[in-house]
Design a protein around this ligand. Structure first.
Ligand SMILES: Nc1ncnc2c1ncn2[C@@H]1O[C@H](COP(=O)(O)OP(=O)(O)OP(=O)(O)O)[C@@H](O)[C@H]1O
Length: 294
């Protein structure tokens, strides 16, 4: 889906699968309004998570990114609006197991189970495919092995998950989602806790999944430069509303970002990659830009 000349991403796929998934899927939220116990926190938000593309949700803290992503994953029921697959069918009325074969969510935080191994946890991702007696489906072993390999956790397969670092655990949860083998992959801040290498590898993997396997990826990211590097489209939220959506180069304007984040933001194009880059200008940066010592 993405122009290769714009991606700056490696062309070699690290995500080649040992099995082929059937078909592609896309998902969209149509004028979703939802809240928790009080007033709505997301208002009439529409978002398209397209097959074979990466769609990044960005915006300041509390702007509704996670709430909107969780609505797409059916964890919050909207008071108005609908969540629809590409074929026009509503995701809100699908049986839970059938939905879990089509959509998965890497949530921001999950309770860590105790007394279970990494391999066991990744195997949880196969739950929609398990029969009544808990046996694996035919693709289960290969799907789990592939998910562990591409997230770099094969060597820790037998370690108890409650002994892992935050970054290791994050990769285990991502592998669990990948083992679920869905056409739609929703990721809420997947690079949290990850060191530089794994931030880049996870974003490369996300790109590979969209490019090579037609996966529809919806991803919440705080780092606007990561969003510009990995996403085909960005959706900018502010106060629970979508204020702009489209190509990162169109959405990321200094005026719009400054208004959304309440801090001056510079925008430029990196001449070596052609990607749009953003730089928040704090007091010290401003002084340095003005040639003062900081
Ligand atoms: N469980 C909850 N109960 C009540 N209000 C909530 C709950 N979770 C989030 N909110 C509120 O909903 C609004 C949107 O929160 P949300 O987590 O979707 O924002 P976000 O853009 O993902 O923020 P962040 O960048 O900080 O993760 C905020 O005002 C938040 O306080």
């Amino acid at each position: 889906m993405r122009d290769n000349d714009r991606s700056g991403a490696p062309g070699q796929s690290g995500a080649k699968r040992a099995f082929e998934r059937g078909g592609t899927d896309g998902l969209r939220g149509d004028r979703l309004t939802l809240g928790y116990h009080g007033p709505a926190v997301v208002h009439e938000a529409s978002i398209v998570v397209t097959a074979g593309a990466v769609t990044a949700l960005v915006g300041p803290n509390g702007s509704g990114k996670s709430t909107l992503l969780r609505a797409l994953a059916r964890l919050h029921r909207p008071s108005t609006g609908d969540v629809l697959f590409d074929d026009g069918s509503s995701a809100l009325t699908l049986q839970a197991k059938d939905f879990a074969k089509r959509v998965t969510l890497l949530a921001q935080s999950r309770p860590t189970p105790s007394g279970v191994t990494v391999h066991d946890v990744v195997g949880y991702g196969r739950h929609p495919y398990r029969g009544r007696w808990g046996r694996d489906d035919a693709d289960g072993v290969r799907a789990v092995a592939w998910a562990m390999e591409v997230t770099g956790i094969t060597a820790m397969a037998e370690r108890p998950v409650d002994e892992l670092s935050g970054g290791e655990l994050q990769r285990v949860w991502l592998a669990t989602c990948l083992a679920q083998d869905t056409g739609v992959l929703l990721l809420d801040e997947p690079t949290t806790f990850l060191d530089l290498r794994y931030q880049v590898e996870i974003l490369d993997l996300v790109r590979d999944l969209a490019d090579d396997h037609g996966v529809a990826v919806g991803i919440v990211l705080h780092d606007l430069n990561h969003a510009a590097a990995v996403a085909d489209r960005v959706v900018l939220l502010q106060n629970g509303k979508v204020v702009a959506a489209g190509d990162p180069a169109d959405v990321f304007t200094p005026q719009r970002l400054t208004a959304a984040y309440g801090i001056e933001v510079d925008v430029a194009v990196d001449p070596s990659t052609g990607l749009v880059t953003t730089r928040p200008v704090g007091r010290h940066t401003k002084r340095a830009l003005q040639g003062e010592s900081i």
